[in-house]
Structures are given as structure tokens and as C-alpha cells.
Design a protein around this ligand. Structure first.
Ligand code: CTP
Length: 218
């Protein structure tokens, strides 16, 4: 199968030296790309700026902004079987990017932000041949919020992880996830290294994609 995986944060520039971003390390997405390769799948990895070694045989497409990630996904999605949107895409970007460094002043400063495009929602329309997997990063009401994303973004699967407190999934080598399926089932994977969780996730995604294909057969 062909996996299209996104990973890492995006950077939304404010001026030539500043940007808005988040704490995503890219570890979960890279682990999924690595596990998919290990399982014999073909992998295209679209990655925001991270400090990780590239999975050797994956096609790596480096991007920086949410707009670049949006365009890269657009170009790659057509032939994929499983689309895994693991990246932590910024929800807002500065309304204007200053061409020169913004100078310090003594009064307050506010930045006008505009919403970015939702990459996942824009590729989860009903007439699609690929499986769509989203991630939900939550600090509270994990399952309830993830369930909302599953429905609102029309996903096949959502992987919910807690990004609050000491055991936050962000930046850590470990994670603990709840997987919610479109059909209503849920499955929990207890705390384990992201590489181990990734193997299980890849199996689950490949099986779900297989099932989808079988269902469509006459
Ligand atoms: N996502 C995306 N494009 C965006 C924002 C998010 O494709 N502009 C995707 C993420 O990659 C993830 C899913 O949407 O697979 C959910 O992201 P998350 O940050 O958990 O939630 P949001 O949709 O941004 O909503 P909120 O911040 O209100 O929780």
C-alpha cells in the first residue's frame, strides 16, 4: 500500500526572523512512516521542520508553513491508499508577514491572525478511495473531543492523544492513544514507545483500508 504521512509542526512567519509554531517534535509521524516502511509499504512523508533522521527509504518532502503543507498534500494524495495526518498544523497565521524585522517599541503590540486552511478536512470528502486518519491533540475531554473531530472532519479513524501535563505526547518518546473508528468501535493502546505504538497503528490502518476495499467489491 502507499502511505501518505504528515509529521511535525508548521511555522507561520511573522517577519524574516520570527514565526508562530508549536511543540510538536514529529516523532509520532516519523515512527508511523518508519513502521509502514518496515511493514513493506511505500511511504511519502511530508514533514514540517524537525530534528529527526529521515526514514531511509521514504520519499521525504520538507515543508515549513501550513500553506506549503497544504500544497504538498494536494500534489501527493491522489495515488495514496492511507492518508495519515499526524502533523500539528497551526490553526492561525499572521494576516500580514512583514518584509522587514518588526522593531521593538515601548507600547503594547498585537498581531492580527487569520485561520489557516484545514488540510485534513479538505481531503476527507465522501467520494475518496483512500483511508483518512486524523490525530486529535487534546488537553481535556480526550475521547469526547476526538469523537467530534471524527464526525466533523468525516474521518475513518481518529487517534486521540493527551497533550497536557507531565505525560504529554508532545516531544516525548512515548505515547498512549485511544483509537476511534468511524463505525463506533474504540481501542486503547497503553503507554509505550512511539515506535511500538506506530507498528500497531500501521497494522490497524492497513487492515481498515483492506476492509474498505473488500466492502466495495461486488
Ligand atoms: N489539521 C489539519 N489542518 C489544520 C489543523 C489541523 O489538517 N489547519 C489536522 C491535524 O493534522 C489533525 C487533526 O486536524 O490530524 C486535528 O488537529 P487538532 O490540532 O487536534 O485539532 P484542530 O482541528 O486544530 O482543532 P482544535 O485546535 O480546536 O482542537
Amino acid at each position: 500500500m502507499r502511505f501518505l504521512v504528515t509529521a511535525g509542526p508548521t511555522r507561520e512567519p511573522i517577519d524574516p526572523v520570527r514565526f508562530l509554531s508549536n511543540r510538536s517534535s514529529g516523532k509520532m509521524g516519523y515512527a508511523i512512516a518508519g513502521a509502514a516502511l518496515e511493514a513493506g509499504h511505500e511511504v511519502v512523508l511530508i514533514s514540517g521542520p524537525v530534528h529527526l533522521d529521515r526514514p531511509h527509504t521514504a520519499k521525504l518532502i520538507p515543508v515549513s508553513t501550513s500553506d506549503e503543507m497544504f500544497e504538498a498534500v494536494n500534489r501527493q494524495i491522489r495515488d495514496c491508499d492511507v492518508f495519515v495526518m499526524c502533523a500539528a498544523v497551526a490553526d492561525y497565521k499572521p494576516a500580514n508577514v512583514s518584509a522587514t524585522k518588526i522593531k521593538k517599541r515601548s507600547d503594547n503590540f498585537s498581531l492580527q491572525l487569520v485561520p489557516t486552511r484545514d488540510i485534513l478536512a479538505s481531503h476527507s470528502k465522501t467520494d475518496r478511495s483512500y483511508l483518512v486518519v486524523g490525530f486529535a491533540a487534546e488537553t481535556n475531554d480526550l475521547e469526547e473531543n476526538a469523537k467530534k473531530k471524527l464526525a466533523e472532519k468525516n474521518l475513518d479513524i481518529v487517534v486521540a492523544n493527551d497533550v497536557s501535563g507531565r505525560d504529554s505526547a508532545m516531544e516525548s518518546d512515548e505515547n498512549e492513544v485511544i483509537i476511534l473508528f468511524r463505525e463506533g468501535a474504540t481501542k486503547k493502546i497503553s503507554r509505550a514507545p512511539k515506535k511500538i505504538i506506530a507498528r500497531e497503528l500501521v497494522n490497524i490502518f492497513a487492515n481498515a483500508r483492506e476492509k474498505r476495499l473488500t466492502k466495495k467489491m461486488p
